[in-house]
Ligand binder design. Structure first.
Ligand code: ADP
Length: 472
C-alpha cells in the first residue's frame, strides 16, 4: 500500500490531537456546567426542605398525625413550594402529598434507607422535575420529605450547550484540518522544489544547484548539504573526465610513434641493421607505453580504493639504503654526484614497503631526469621528533614558483617536450602524493629555476622505546 505523504500524515496527526483536545475540553466543560446548573437548582430544593423543617419545628412536638396533615395541607397546598411535596412519617404514614404527585405517584423510599439527602431528575408530563429526598429529625420525630422543582431552564441550558458543542466541534475540526494541511504544505513546499531541481540534475548538467534557501531551518541545512555534495560530485566527475581525456591523449602519442616507425620501416626493404634500429625504437616506445599503462592503472585502483596496501612496520632506513644502491649506477652513467646520508638511528614507520620504495624511486628518478651533468643529487633521511624526514635534493633545472603547486596534478609537466624526452608522463608526483597521503605524511617542494629542487617527505614514525641505559 502506498504510504501517505508526510504533509498528509502531519495533517492527520494534527487533526487527531486537535480532536482529542476538543473532546476532552468539551466533555470537561459540559460536566462543569452540568454540575453548576444542578447545584443552583439543588440549592433551591435545600431551601424548600429548610423551610419545611422550620415549619415542622413550629408544630407541637406531640401533634397528632391528623393535626399535622391538616396544618401542612393548609400551608403548602397554597404555595408553589408544595407542588411536588410529599411528606411522611418514619412508619410510612403520609402527612402530605401534592395533587401532581397523586396523579404521578412516586414510590415511597423506605425511611430506614434514607440516611442523607439525595437528588434526581424525573419527567412529569414531559417536563423535567428535579427532586430532593431527605430525612428530617424534628423534636424527636423523624420525617421523610421529598420535594421537587421544575428544572426546564437548567435542562434547556444544558441542552443548548450540548447542541452548540455538537454543531461547532465538527466545524472547528474541519477548519483545523484545513489550516493544518495548509501549514504542512507551506512548510514542505521547499522540499517539493528541492525534489524537482534534484530530478533535473544529471551527468550533463552537474553544475546546476538546488535553490538556496534562507529559512535557517532543517530544510536550509538539507539544501546546503546537498549542494555541497553536488560540488564534490561535480569535482570528482570533472577529474574523471579530465583523467580519461588526458590518458587517451597520452596513450595516443606512443602508439602513433610505434605506428610511424613501423610504416617507415616497411616502406622499402632495409638492411638488417636498419630493421634492428627500428625495432629498438618500437620496443622503447612499447616499454614506455607499458610503464604509462601501469601508472594509469595504479591511479585508477587508488581512486576506486581497490589498491590494497600491506601496512606493516617498515624499517625506512633499510628500505632507502636498498633503493639508493640501484641509483648509484645511474649516477655514474649520467656523470652526476650522488650522496646519501641516512640517520644512524633506524626509522620505523607503519607502511607498505613496496609503495615506499616506489615513492623513493619516483623522487630519485625525477632528480636524475631533471639534472644534467655535472650536477649533484642527494638523498638524506633524519629523524625529528615523531617524524622521519626524507629529502631528495638536486642541482637541476628547478621549478618556477608558480608551477610548484601544479606539479602534483596528474599529467602536469612544466616542460612537456623535455619531460617526454626524458620518458616522463606527468603521473609520477601524483602517485607519490597519493602514497604519502596513504601513510598520513606530507610532501612539499622547494625550488629555484636554474638552481635545483628539494622534495621533502615527512612520515610519522613508530616511536620505539629507547633501550634503558644499563649501569656498568
Ligand atoms: P614526469 O613523469 O613528467 O616527471 P612527475 O609527476 O614526476 O612527471 O613530475 C611532474 C613535473 O614536475 C615534471 O614534468 C617536471 O616538469 C617537474 N619536476 C618534477 N621533479 C622535478 C625535479 N626534481 N626538478 C625539476 N622539475 C621537476
Amino acid at each position: 500500500m502506498k504510504r501517505l505523504s508526510i504533509g498528509m500524515r502531519l495533517t492527520l496527526w494534527y487533526l487527531a490531537i486537535f480532536a482529542l483536545g476538543e473532546l476532552v475540553f468539551g466533555a470537561g466543560m459540559w460536566l462543569i456546567l452540568r454540575h453548576n446548573v444542578y447545584d443552583m437548582v439543588d440549592d433551591d430544593l435545600e431551601t424548600q426542605i429548610q423551610d419545611l423543617s422550620t415549619f415542622l419545628e413550629a408544630q407541637k412536638p406531640d401533634a397528632s398525625l391528623s393535626k399535622l396533615q391538616e396544618e401542612v395541607k393548609a400551608t403548602f397546598s397554597l404555595e408553589h413550594s408544595g407542588d411536588y411535596l410529599q411528606l411522611y412519617t418514619e412508619n410510612g404514614d403520609i402527612i402530605y402529598r401534592s395533587a401532581i404527585l397523586e396523579t404521578h405517584p412516586s414510590k415511597l423510599a423506605r425511611p430506614a434507607r434514607v440516611t442523607s439527602a439525595s437528588f434526581w431528575t424525573r419527567r412529569i408530563d414531559g417536563h423535567p422535575i428535579r427532586f430532593m429526598l431527605d430525612r428530617l429529625n424534628i423534636n424527636g420525630r423523624v420525617f421523610i420529605a421529598q420535594t421537587g422543582i421544575p428544572a426546564d431552564d437548567a435542562i434547556e441550558t444544558l441542552h443548548l450547550f450540548r447542541m452548540y458543542l455538537f454543531m461547532f466541534a465538527p466545524a472547528l475540526l474541519l477548519i483545523a484540518a484545513g489550516v493544518g494541511y495548509w501549514m504542512s504544505r507551506r512548510a514542505l513546499a521547499p522540499v517539493d522544489a528541492l525534489v524537482r531541481t534534484a530530478r533535473e540534475i544529471g551527468g550533463t548538467n552537474l553544475s546546476a544547484r538546488l535553490e538556496k534557501l534562507s529559512t535557517g531551518d532543517e530544510l536550509q541545512r538539507l539544501s546546503d548539504t546537498l549542494n555541497e555534495m553536488l560540488d564534490r560530485i561535480e569535482t570528482a566527475f570533472q577529474r574523471v573526465t579530465q583523467f580519461t581525456a588526458d590518458a587517451s591523449h597520452e596513450l595516443r602519442t606512443p602508439v602513433s610513434l610505434i605506428r610511424t616507425e613501423a610504416e617507415l620501416a616497411l616502406r622499402r626493404s632495409r638492411t638488417e641493421n636498419e630493421y634492428q634500429e627500428s625495432l629498438q625504437h618500437v620496443l622503447l616506445e612499447a616499454e614506455r607505453t607499458t610503464a604509462l599503462i601501469e601508472q594509469l592503472l595504479s591511479l585508477a585502483r587508488a581512486d576506486s580504493g581497490r589498491e590494497t596496501l600491506h601496512m606493516q612496520s617498515v624499517n625506512l632506513s633499510d628500505t632507502l639504503r636498498s633503493v639508493v644502491e640501484s641509483w648509484r649506477q645511474v649516477a655514474a652513467i649520467r656523470d652526476l654526484t650522488f650522496s646519501v646520508s641516512i640517520d644512524d638511528q633506524d626509522a620505523i614507520v607503519m607502511g607498505d614497503e613496496t609503495l615506499l620504495r616506489r615513492l623513493a624511486d619516483i623522487l630519485l628518478d625525477n632528480a636524475f631526469k631533471y639534472t644534467s651533468a655535472p650536477g649533484r643529487v642527494a638523498l638524506t633521511m633524519r629523524l625529528e621528533g615523531e617524524v622521519a624526514i626524507v629529502n631528495v635534493q638536486d642541482s637541476g633545472v628547478g621549478i618556477p614558483t608558480e608551477e610548484q603547486d601544479k606539479i602534483f596534478q596528474r599529467f602536469y609537466r612544466v616542460d612537456k617536450a623535455r619531460s617526454r624526452a626524458q620518458g616522463g608522463s606527468g603521473l609520477g608526483l601524483a602517485i607519490a602524493q597519493w602514497i604519502v597521503s596513504q601513510h598520513r605524511g606530507t610532501i612539499t617542494v622547494e625550488s629555484r629555476p636554474g638552481e635545483g629542487s628539494v622534495f621533502r617527505v615527512e612520515l610519522p614514525r613508530i616511536l620505539v622505546a629507547e633501550p634503558k641505559h644499563q649501569p656498568a
